[in-house]
Design a protein around this ligand. Structure first.
Ligand SMILES: Nc1ncnc2c1ncn2[C@@H]1O[C@H](COP(=O)(O)OP(=O)(O)OP(=O)(O)O)[C@@H](O)[C@H]1O
Ligand SMILES: O=P(O)(O)OC[C@H]1O[C@H](OP(=O)(O)OP(=O)(O)O)[C@H](O)[C@@H]1O
Length: 230
């Protein structure tokens, strides 16, 4: 058997992950046709590549179906309750940096902080008869953040993509999503709350605490960890 390394199957994260390992003498590649999710590992023995959605990598690590995985801090913290017990952080990779933030319409002139949002939310409910809707896919992180901040008069609505569009589409009044350059927020007439940073995220190499290893896998894992440390 071999050590299973889970890597995002497409886009920026996959390319940069391949580059990061290449710099450490480990060549990851996709094999087969463009649409075939199979890969190869050269430059080190006993490691196999598993191509997965970045969003599924936390679950696969927690279940012990992969030994190592690359995905964002945001996805691990969101998807794994008590994540420290399930995975170990091996190395931040220095790319995929993004901030999970709360944003409201730019035209909400009186709302710049969480306290302002709290006040506006109470007024909104009194006026409209329902709670301010915050669109996000980060339900756990946002709920915990707002509880700590003392904001309670809101409801989360699920948005798995194009979240900034929900305000224009009138399915939400505010959003909590990842931002990097801020362009998507600006283009959709949204502004950050000054104290609305929920989490700083970047692509990270994680190790499963629950994945079983035979003697050969232990050896391969040790060799890989030595290489990525150096
Ligand atoms: N604009 C961005 N800049 C940098 N990192 C980003 C940006 N958008 C998302 N990310 C990061 O990329 C990672 C993958 O996000 P993404 O939403 O693509 O995952 P996903 O839900 O698994 O998507 P899919 O199922 O399409 O693979 C996350 O850790 C996220 O923080
Ligand atoms: O601050 P910016 O540089 O504009 O980047 C932020 C955008 O990037 C991500 O979206 P992605 O492109 O992954 O698409 P998605 O909305 O479908 O998740 C994120 O969800 C934001 O929408």
């Amino acid at each position: 058997m071999s050590v299973k390394l889970g890597v995002p199957s497409k886009g920026r994260l996959m390319d940069k992950t391949f580059d990061w390992f290449e710099k450490r003498g480990i060549r990851l590649s996709r094999t087969g046709s463009d649409r075939e999710y199979s890969g190869a590992v050269d430059g080190i023995d006993g490691i196999s590549l598993v191509l997965l959605s970045a969003g599924e990598i936390p679950r696969e690590l927690a279940a012990g179906r992969i030994h190592l995985g690359v995905t964002g801090t945001d996805l691990v913290h969101e998807k794994l309750p008590r994540w420290e017990q399930q995975v170990e952080e091996i190395a931040p990779l220095g790319f995929g940096q993004a901030d999970l933030i709360l944003a409201v319409p730019s035209c909400w002139a009186d709302v710049d902080t969480l306290d302002d949002l709290d006040a506006a939310a109470a007024a909104f409910r009194a006026r409209h008869g329902f709670r301010v809707r915050i669109a996000t896919k980060y339900h756990r992180l946002v709920r915990d953040f707002l509880t700590d901040a003392g904001v309670a008069d809101y409801q989360l609505v699920d948005s798995q993509g194009a979240t900034e569009g929900t305000v224009k589409n009138e399915t939400a009044e505010a959003i909590a999503d990842i931002t990097s350059t801020g362009e998507t927020l600006r283009a959709n007439h949204l502004k950050l709350l000054s104290d609305g940073l929920v989490l700083r995220s970047q692509a990270t190499l994680w190790r499963s605490r629950g994945a079983a290893c035979d003697a050969g896998e232990k050896q391969a894992l040790a060799a890989l960890l030595k290489r990525v440390d150096g």
